[in-house]
Design a protein around this ligand. Structure first.
Ligand code: NAP
Length: 404
């Protein structure tokens, strides 16, 4: 589509992460080359945000997530809609439908694989026809994982003439908290899975987001608490692997199996050496299991929602966002046994401070940088934006991508 008044409309500007994004976009998109507006369900909340942020003359668009007509009017006015309105499985269907139908590009922060699959099934053919490029998972899950693998594979190809068929990502450091919106999305997914056997099966399939004809059959290695010789550390499961690995496998499938037909990908957290490292690995594994079990059982879920977990709209303080950071170390091995490592870091807490910057730059990249030859459909960050997004993230969003 051409001639819309806006490059980007930020839908859900009043969410916890949307407010951080609004401030970041206001401070960053200062040269007038990106025309943007904010949107949400509440005029008064948008006005308050605009006043608090010192935005002058910014356009505000009001549309409820279930109001198809209002969303269609909004989508017609912009090149890209970027949405933080979640849980997406509860509020996201109509906006994706409207964007796919109108040819408006769309990106978001979902980490809900069951919802992404549903959207692909329902709207991929329409998006291909209209030219709408849809990219889910443009936050901490799964940009660093997807682009980290893309970066490592590019350098492996350059150094060894071959991509790696086995990559391990290890979380060396991650400092930051969870927001109510993220917890709400997690709770909703567990609730859906507890009622639906087919969904439980789907959530065990690492290739569930690949196109139906992907042909991958390699059994992925499940991370258990163990000692990892390559990292000289104990490791524990990483909760985001569930979404990140699926996005990486989709990138492989969409790029013609560039990473190989039998590509292995795994994520884990490093917990240190010796007895302390082993204990921390066990505690991390146990803590993750206890959290999921607590959410799955209705009475404990009620107690956790009411008294323990952050509520929608709540999240880490500005100080915690600023003092937060992440450090991810990737190690790849080619079929000939050559190894290569790279590091991806971020300068804010992963889930909010960094995520807000990543999502805003993904939207800007979709609005300004993506080649016209990229057709409509459901893409991944690496396959649609690849090096162009890496450049933006390094220049404007505090991320680094370096070979070790
Ligand atoms: N991928 C990642 O790394 C990552 C990181 C952070 C968050 N997330 C995801 O991002 C999403 C947002 O997180 P958050 O913590 O910012 O959430 P939040 O603060 O709870 O915000 C949710 C937003 O949805 C809006 N909303 C609810 N019902 C609506 C409706 N019917 N119509 C229009 N808008 C509606 C709310 O509007 P009001 O403001 O008017 O109440 C609010 O702006 C969640 O799904 C979360 O899981 C992902």
């Amino acid at each position: 589509m051409t001639n819309q008044p806006f490059d980007i409309i930020l839908y859900g500007a009043t969410s916890f992460v949307g407010q951080i994004m609004t401030r970041y976009m206001h401070e960053t998109f200062t040269d007038g080359s990106i025309k943007w507006a904010i949107a949400g369900r509440s005029q008064s909340k948008l006005e308050k945000l605009s006043a608090d942020t010192g935005l002058s003359g910014i356009e505000m668009i009001v549309a409820d997530a279930h109001d198809e007509a209002a969303l269609a009017v909004m989508a017609a006015r912009t090149n890209v809609v970027v949405s933080t309105v979640g849980p997406y499985a509860l509020y996201g269907d109509t906006l994706v439908k409207v964007c796919a139908e109108s040819g408006t590009h769309y990106c978001d922060l979902t980490g809900e694989p069951q919802w992404i699959r549903k959207m692909q099934k329902a709207h991929e053919a329409t998006a291909k026809k209209s030219g709408a490029r849809i990219v889910h998972c443009c936050g901490f899950d799964s940009i660093p994982s997807d682009l980290g693998v893309h970066f490592l594979q590019k350098h492996a190809q350059k150094q060894f003439g071959h991509t790696c068929d086995d990559i391990k990502m290890r979380v060396v450091k991650m400092k930051g908290g969870a927001s109510g919106g993220t917890i709400a999305s997690m709770i909703n997914m567990v609730k859906e899975a507890s009622k639906d056997a087919e969904l439980r099966k789907e959530l065990k399939n690492p290739y569930s987001l690949c196109p139906p004809d992907h042909g991958f059959t390699t059994r992925q290695k499940i991370v258990k608490t163990a000692y990892d010789e390559d990292y000289k550390s104990y490791i524990a499961p990483f909760i985001m692997e569930g979404i990140n690995a699926r996005v990486v496998h989709r990138s492989n499938a969409l790029s013609g199996n560039l990473y190989g037909d039998d590509f292995l990908y795994q994520e884990a957290m490093v917990t240190g050496k010796g007895g302390r490292g082993r204990r921390r690995a066990k505690m991390t594994g146990f803590g993750m299991g206890a959290l999921m079990a607590g959410i799955a059982i209705p009475p404990t879920r009620w107690v956790m929602e009411k008294f323990v977990l952050p509520k929608p709209g709540e999240g880490p303080s500005p100080e915690d966002q600023k003092s937060g950071s992440f450090d991810l170390l990737f190690m790849g091995t080619t079929p000939d046994g050559n190894t290569i490592k790279c590091r991806v870091t971020g300068d804010r807490d992963p889930g909010y401070g960094s995520t807000a910057k990543m999502l805003a730059q993904a939207a800007a990249c979709m609005a300004k940088d993506v080649a016209k030859s990229k057709k409509g459909g459901f893409w991944t960050p690496a396959t649609l934006m690849g090096d162009k997004l890496i450049k933006r993230l390094q220049t404007y969003a505090g991320l680094t991508f370096d070979l070790e």
